[in-house]
Ligand binder design. Structure first.
Ligand code: TNX
Length: 554
């Protein structure tokens, strides 16, 4: 049975308002994305007033962050400074936040809003934070404006919410190599993920067209590898290519990276860095040509696609180089995962390279696919020795999976299915549902995109749990992620246009079980939330959200 949360909520508000006078339920009453698991509207409203205290049962760094997020939401429009204090219960007009092991799921929470008080229970501080995000979406959109609004009164509809995520991994990816985005824009992107209860930001930091992370031991990476001499104009498949003749580049200093990690952390988002290997590595080769199979020189990529020059798998210097890079990356990023890429690595250089061929012979490998697998396994053991885990794109299945690797399934769900059957963790991010660089409506009249057709309805329809898998195998599907590759996305405005609202459909796909998903209901909630996105100056896409090709060709 499908739920229809918005409509149910409206009916319940109507029923409850029959008995109550002078109660204004905010118009945006129950438009929450992702939809909570269950929600019952009660009579009356809770009003935030000067006497409000946010009382936290066990005040530590994390619970404090969740509580202060709520305090700030109230402060921005009202100017009221609501104290966050430790205590065991809350008085009238106050909010009580408590960690409670009775809440089953790690990031789950219960939220009870009565006219007298608000009580939030969660197993973890992240759960408390998600309850705050629910409260945020129940408050008027003006709270997003970050300036005091004279005479504003903040009230919430009395209700009971029980909520928990369906998946532990709910992520969005961003490619900053093909085009870079300012730190402020990355923070805005992270804000949008947090508001929709996503917990992972996958940051694609190195690729052919630019190396974007400062590595102190290897300064050429950002001196040379961070800049390309020009960029292809129009679609890269239009040959002969035309170039703009303008140098492009830049990188994030370790200080800026720490700033973003901390910012994301304050919103319970883990940042996963991706360092591409052995393919998509032209920027590294342009900086340190000795780690290629052939002599070079190499140039940072100026057009898009897949390049033949890759890291040499025969040379020891290559592994020293990667270990030097990863040592600094691991020191910077506190999360448990390091993404090592692994996708789209042509083998033609390896086929001709005496050192790669020697490696194949010495290690008793069957072919170049097994050499790629050797490469990834070797990196995995280094990463594991530092207490971290690797993630790789589904090509890492070819030639045999590294023992502990998590697979990101992008060329459809097949790679994910194969990995789950081998008892490996999987994150689903198939092109046909989760590639937010693809067109979101008919291409005519749209800004140039890489291709494809992935409208909001299609994104929303994705079920991360493949029917082919048994219940036991499905446990390896950690969750879902949307990817934003930026070959054809060069400004913050365009990034927002491509990412949103499709990322919100990914968020709901990761948060609620497939059987409860209802696209019409999602659209109705999206309509209500639009005023909030406007208040946030979000340049989300406002065109056709339905999959019109589906209707045209049933
Ligand atoms: C494939 S997805 C790539 C990227 C491109 C993207 C464009 C993946 C692992 N590799 O390098 O940017 O397609 O959609």
């Amino acid at each position: 049975m499908k739920t229809n949360l918005l409509i149910t909520a409206i009916i319940m508000i109507f029923i409850s308002s029959c008995n109550v006078t002078n109660v204004t339920i905010p118009e945006n009453a129950m438009a929450i994305i992702p939809a909570p698991l269950s929600m019952t509207i009660q009579k009356g409203n809770f009003l935030f007033s000067e006497k409000c205290r946010i009382v936290v049962s066990a005040l530590d760094d994390d619970t404090k962050v969740a509580a202060e997020t709520l305090a700030l939401l109230i402060k921005n429009p009202t100017g009221m400074e609501i104290p966050v204090i430790e205590g065991t219960k809350a008085g009238r007009g106050s909010v009580f936040m408590t960690l409670d092991t009775a809440v089953k799921t790690n990031e789950g929470y219960t939220l009870r809003i009565t006219p007298k008080k608000i009580i939030v229970r969660a197993r973890t501080a992240a759960g408390l934070f998600y309850a705050v995000q629910t409260i945020r979406q129940l408050l008027p959109p003006d709270v997003e404006k970050e300036s005091v609004i004279e005479g504003i009164q903040l009230s919430l509809p009395a209700c009971d919410i029980v909520d928990e995520p369906a998946f532990t991994y709910r992520g969005m990816h961003l490619d900053v190599c093909r085009h870079m985005f300012p730190v402020e824009e990355i923070k805005k992107y992270i804000d949008m993920l947090a508001m929709h209860k996503m917990n992972t930001f996958h940051w694609h930091l190195t690729d052919d067209q630019g190396w974007r992370i400062e590595i102190k031991k290897l300064p050429e990476l950002t001196k040379t590898g961070a800049y390309r001499k020009e960029t292809v104009v129009g679609h890269a498949r239009n040959k002969p290519n035309i170039f703009d003749g303008e140098a492009y580049g830049g990188f994030y200093t370790q200080e800026q990276i720490r700033e973003i990690i901390d910012y994301a952390g304050s919103k319970f988002i883990t940042v996963i860095p991706e360092i591409e290997m052995p393919g998509h590595s032209l920027a590294a080769l342009a900086s340190y040509p000795d780690i290629a199979c052939t002599k070079g020189p190499f140039e940072v990529g100026t057009t898009w696609g897949v390049f033949s020059d890759v890291l040499c798998a025969g040379k020891e210097e290559t592994f020293t180089f990667i270990q030097d890079v990863l040592t600094e990356v691991i020191d910077l990023f506190p999360g448990k995962y390091i993404h090592i890429g692994g996708d789209e690595c042509p083998k033609i250089r390896w086929e001709k390279c005496p050192l790669c061929q020697k490696r194949i012979k010495d290690e008793g490998l069957a072919d170049e696919n097994e050499l790629q697998s050797y490469f990834i396994r070797r990196i995995e053991s280094f990463v594991t020795s530092k207490g971290k885990k690797i993630i790789g794109w589904d090509e890492i299945l070819e030639g045999g999976l590294a023992p502990e690797a998590t697979v990101m399934s992008w060329r459809g769900t097949e790679g994910g299915i194969a990995a789950a059957r081998q008892k490996h963790d999987v994150i689903m991010t198939p092109t046909s549902f989760a590639y937010l660089d693809y067109y979101q409506t008919e291409p005519a009249g749209q800004p140039l995109a890489i291709g494809g057709y992935v409208p909001l309805e299609k994104v929303y329809s994705f079920n991360p749990l493949p029917e082919e898998l048994t219940a036991e195998e499905r446990k390896y599907i950690l969750g879902v992620q949307g990817n934003v590759w930026t070959e054809y996305i060069s400004t913050p405005e365009h990034l927002e246009y491509m990412a949103f609202p499709r990322a919100f459909a990914i968020a709901e796909t990761g948060w609620i079980p497939d059987r409860l998903k209802d696209f019409d209901d999602f659209l109705a909630r999206l309509e209500v939330l639009k005023t909030r996105y406007e208040a946030l100056n979000l340049n989300y896409f406002k065109g056709e959200y339905r999959d019109t090709r589906k209707t045209a060709n049933p």
